[in-house]
Write a protein that binds this ligand. Structure first.
Ligand code: PEP
Ligand code: MN
Length: 371
């Protein structure tokens, strides 16, 4: 992932007051279903004193046709009533020009762009253009696919339309096959987003990452420990009867229990003692990293020599048996020295790929010499 300095320099963001008190908790049902369901849920959430904004889907992007696709415009009247009744700002998802037009008409405080929409530059552009000349606040969920440039591109499109009150929502990424998550968090992606756009507040949406209630606390805590600016958690007055995403919604009471159990930590290192301890541990890490890189460099030099040998003897670069042997040996050691099998595999694959690249370079050099 390359640092896009252009993005960093050109994107001047305005502060969003909603984040004055961190973390901002956004809660509400996946979908607005009836005025009663929305109002009862919102009132209970507001009464907790822990929620800073109410969410609800009015138009629902569903994976397959035939399921409930949202109540549409009447739901905007209900959102207006929720705002009046609770005094809290409200947010809904918009996916096209018409949604933006209606949301602005009903003075919805924050618009969010959903994951499926962020993945489509045409739709994001349409929304960006519909917002020209407004003072809208827009939250952009990550695209369904783990593509950080697509996510950053959406911010750039909005920003080019003059929208500078922007925030990100990390809701995880789709993966094929078995996973313990509904959407894999791939934490390194929001971390990289924070590095590229340091002023952009990032909210985590544990509901769509988990897809179930049980893992919500773990993901919410993880997000706070990574200094996320807020959480968006789906809450429904009777989750088991929800018309969409019922497995992941929690009652307002359960949400309060979940929030009360979270540990809040600060990114600021205040005391001198703490700062000295951290500095010395970080120095240790720096030294180990240097050693690691030097070792990897030595490993590649050996790989180059093997490349020369294979070239001179007409042997292919990839030797499957040898590769299996490396993985199995490392797996056996890894469990004894506290490294997860998943990490070992990812690390060794990257190292192996770099060795292959080196050998490829050695074997296919145009001016062949023997060194
Ligand atoms: C939602 O928030 O209900 C929703 C549809 O989210 P996502 O775009 O993350 O799937
Ligand atoms: Mn949902």
């Amino acid at each position: 992932m390359k640092l896009n300095t252009k993005t960093k320099k050109n994107m001047k963001l305005s502060t969003i007051n909603l984040f004055d008190k961190k973390p901002l908790i956004i809660a509400g049902p996946c979908s607005a279903e009836t005025e009663e369901q929305l109002m009862a849920t919102s009132k209970a959430l507001a009464a907790s004193g822990k929620v800073g904004m109410i969410r609800a889907g009015i138009w629902k992007p569903r994976t397959r046709p035939g399921s409930f696709e949202g109540v549409g415009v009447p739901g905007l009247e209900w959102m207006k009533a929720v705002k009046e009744e609770t005094g809290l700002p409200v947010t809904i998802e918009v996916a096209n020009f018409k949604h933006v037009f209606e949301a602005l008409k009903y003075k919805i405080d924050v618009l969010w762009i959903g994951a499926r929409t962020t993945a489509n530059p045409f739709s994001v552009q349409e929304i960006a253009e519909a917002l020209i000349g407004t003072d809208a606040t827009v939250f952009i969920k990550n695209p369904v696919n783990p593509d950080i440039d697509l996510w950053v591109g959406a911010f750039e499109r909005l920003h080019k339309s003059g929208i500078s009150k922007l925030a990100a929502v990390h809701r995880g990424f789709a993966s094929y096959g078995k996973s313990k998550y509904r959407n894999d968090p791939h934490w390194q992606i929001p971390i990289e987003l924070k590095r590229r756009l340091p002023e952009l507040p990032i909210v985590c949406d544990p509901s769509h990452i988990c897809g179930n209630r049980m893992c919500l606390p773990q993901i919410a805590q993880r997000a706070l420990d990574l200094d996320f600016a807020g959480l968006m958690i789906e809450s429904h007055i009777s989750p088991d009867e929800a018309w969409s995403d019922k497995d992941q919604q929690v009652t307002p009471d359960d949400l309060v229990t979940l929030l009360d159990a979270l540990v809040l930590r600060t990114p600021d290192i205040q005391s001198e003692d703490l700062s000295r301890t951290l500095e010395s541990l970080r120095n240790e890490i720096n030294e180990i990293d240097d050693e690691l890189l030097n070792l990897l460099s030595s490993r590649m030099k050996v790989a180059d020599k093997i490349g020369v040998y294979k070239r001179n003897n007409g042997i292919t670069i990839l030797q499957n048996e040898r590769w299996n042997e490396i993985i199995e040996k490392a797996n056996a050691i890894g469990s004894k020295i506290g490294l997860s099998a998943q990490f070992i595999e990812r690390f060794l694959k990257a190292v192996h790929q770099e060795s292959i690249n080196h050998q490829n370079e050695v074997m296919n050099r145009t001016t062949i010499n023997n060194s």
